[in-house]
Design a protein around this ligand. Structure first.
Ligand SMILES: C[S@@+](CC[C@H](N)C(=O)[O-])C[C@H]1O[C@@H](n2cnc3c(N)ncnc32)[C@H](O)[C@@H]1O
Length: 210
């Protein structure tokens, strides 16, 4: 999947790929549980629907979005400026290795690992950017994702999930536990979202404490 080319098409949707705007409400519940972070980083932020909503709702916290696409990062930056959101910033960066040279209270990576080679290295990089006492929220492709996508996706959508289809980047809870060594919880359960229609075995999401 060539994301830069995708975003160079000026008509791309500014959507959240899993759960839409509802995802920001779920992050609010997560903050009720862990406390509002000083800083929050969305890696693979895309159009950054969740960071935009959160930056408006929590002006006292700093929000960051990172993505490999220069185009979406530039568009997001312009939009944040237009809206006067001084607590929301964007930069280009790419998994599995990240250049980000700082840590955050919360690192959030949703609907992104599906497109990343070397998921173990990516999880290591993400967890390394979490401050001690902070949390990684990680949605990842597993064997159920492969089975579901194989049954449901066709054409270009199927092609864009080639790493999942081939099984090349599937992850399990054991892999995450092995890489992070941190305490792990089911994010959907924690934020009481298990009954949401976008939550199923193909969209697992965990919180790992550091
Ligand atoms: C399906 S979108 C999800 C966007 C957002 N996280 C959401 O939930 O709406 C996947 C995003 O991951 C980005 N991406 C893909 N591979 C990446 C990589 N290796 N490193 C960083 N971002 C990546 C793409 O550019 C795209 O914006």
């Amino acid at each position: 999947m060539d994301w830069e080319r995708f975003y160079q098409n000026a008509d791309y949707d500014r959507c959240a790929y899993i759960g839409g705007e509802r995802m920001a409400d779920l992050v609010e519940r997560f903050f009720e549980w862990r406390g509002v972070p000083d800083d929050f980083a969305s890696v693979g932020c895309g159009p950054a629907v969740v960071p935009f909503l959160l930056a408006e709702r929590y002006p006292e916290a700093d929000f960051f979005g990172f993505d490999l696409s220069e185009t979406v990062v530039r568009d997001n930056g312009e939009r944040a400026d237009e809206r006067g959101l001084e607590n929301l910033r964007f930069a280009v960066d790419a998994l599995p290795d990240l250049d980000i040279d700082r840590r955050f209270d919360v690192v959030y990576c949703v609907a992104t690992l599906y497109f990343v080679k070397e998921p173990k290295r990516a999880i290591e990089s993400l967890y390394a950017r979490v401050r001690e006492g902070g949390h990684l929220v990680l949605n990842y492709p597993n064997e159920a994702s492969r089975e579901t996508f194989d049954a449901e996706f066709e054409g270009r959508k199927r092609e864009s999930f080639e790493l999942v289809m081939s099984g090349a980047n599937l992850v399990s809870e054991n892999v995450i536990r092995e890489v992070t060594g941190g305490e792990m919880r089911n994010y959907w359960k924690l934020v009481d979202a298990e009954d949401e229609e976008f939550v199923d075995s193909a969209t697992p999401c965990v919180v790992v404490e550091k």
